[in-house]
Write a protein that binds this ligand. Sequence first.
Ligand SMILES: [Zn+2]
Length: 443
Amino acid sequence: MTERSDELVFRGGTILTIDPDHRVLAGDVACIGGAIVQVGGDYTPRSRDYTIVDCAGCVVMPGLVQAHVHTCQTLARGRADDMELLDWLRVVVWPYEAALDEAALTASVELACAELLLGGTTAILDMATVHHTDAVFAAAERSGIRATIGKAMMDVADPQTPARLREQTRSSLDESAALIGRWHGAAGGRLRYAYAPRFVLSCTDDLLREVAHEAPRRGVRIHTHANESQGEIALVRQRFGKDNIAVLDDLGMLGPHCCVAHCVHLSADERRRLAARGAHVCHCPSSNLKLGSGICAVPELIAAGVSVGIGADGAPCNNNLDGLIELRLAALLHKHRSGARALPAPEVVRMATLGGAAALGLADQIGSLEIGKRGDVIAIDAHPLHTVPTASPWSAIAYAAQSCDVRHVAVDGTVVVRDRTLHTLEVKRVRERARAAAVKLFH
Ligand SMILES: [Zn+2]
C-alpha cells in the first residue's frame, strides 16, 4: 500500500530546512532513491517513476524525531494515571509488561507506530520490554517508521520486579547480541539496535560495565533512564553512594553514543559530566509533569553544552505519543523560570528534529532537509483556523499546530501518510486489535 516511486516530490510548501542557517525556503523538496536531491525552487522529475505530493498551504519540514518512547506500553494507556514513578512502575507498568505475549506486544507497537506516523514522527528511539523484541522490530518494520530499538535489560534480583522480567546477566547480554545480529541495519538501515539497560536500579554493575564495553565495539547506541524522580535518586544514592550520572560515567556508559532520558534533577557536576562525555539527553515534558517528577532544566543543559532531544515516553505516562504536544510544552515550560526568551520557536523545533536525530546518532542522515540526507519529510497543513494567519512557520509549528494538522509523511523517501491516511497499516484493524488485546490484559 505504500507509494514507492524512485522520485518523490513534496510540491509547493513553505520549507523549514533546519539547516545550519535555519533557512526558510519556498517550493519543492525532492528525493531520488530515498535521498534528498533538491530543497526549494521548482523541481522537474528526471524519470517517469515519480510521485508528486501537493503541499500548497503546508509547512514542509523534517519529520519529528522522538528520542525516548516505549511502543510496548501503548495498551496501558489510561491504566496508570495519577501515580508517582516507582509506584507507577511496580504496580502497573511492570506487571503489564510481564503479561505481554507476542500478539499483545504486536498490537501495542502497531498502535504506537500508527499514532506516531500520523502525528508527524518519522523516527524513534524505543525501549522495548524484556521479551519478544523481534515482534517489536517486525511491527516497526511493517509500519514504515525509522526506529532504533532495544530490549529492556533488567538483571537485578529485585523482589518488586515481576519474576518474568528478571533476567540473568549473561542471557540478557546474549539476547541483545543476537538481536543486533538480526536487526541492526535491517530494512535498508531504517531499523537499528540500542542497548537498553532500563535504569541503574534494574541492572547489575557487571551488566552495565559489559554494555559500556560492547556498545561502541558493536557500533550501537545506549538508551537508558536516569535522574527522573527524587525517589529513584534516593535509591541510587543508597546503593552506589553517589549521583546517578556519576554512576553511569564511572561505569563507562556515557559517550556520544548514549542517550539518557529525563535528567530532571541534575547537579552542576552531573551536567558537566554529560557535556564532557558528549552524551545526549531526551527531555520528556509531559511524562515528567504527569508523574510529578519535576521539570528538566533544559536551558541550563544547553548552556552546559549538552545536546537535547524530545520524547513522549510511553502512553501510560503521557497519555499520548504526540510529538507536537511535547514540542509546544518544551517551548512553554522553561519560560516560567528562565524568562520568555528561553527556548524560542526555532530552537525548540530544531530540538524536536535535529536534536533527536543527534540522539539517535543519525544527525548526518536525518533531522534536517539538506541535499544528501534521507527523505524523512512531513507536511503540516497551515489552513486550519488555529494556525491562521501564519505569521511565521516557526511560530506555527512550535505554538499553534496540532498533530491532526499533519497531512503528509514520508520516511526514507517513501510516502507512508498521504492526506492524513496511513498507507502502511490498516488503522481500523490496528484499533480493533489494540482494544481486544487491552481487554484481555486488563480483564
Ligand atoms: Zn521511559
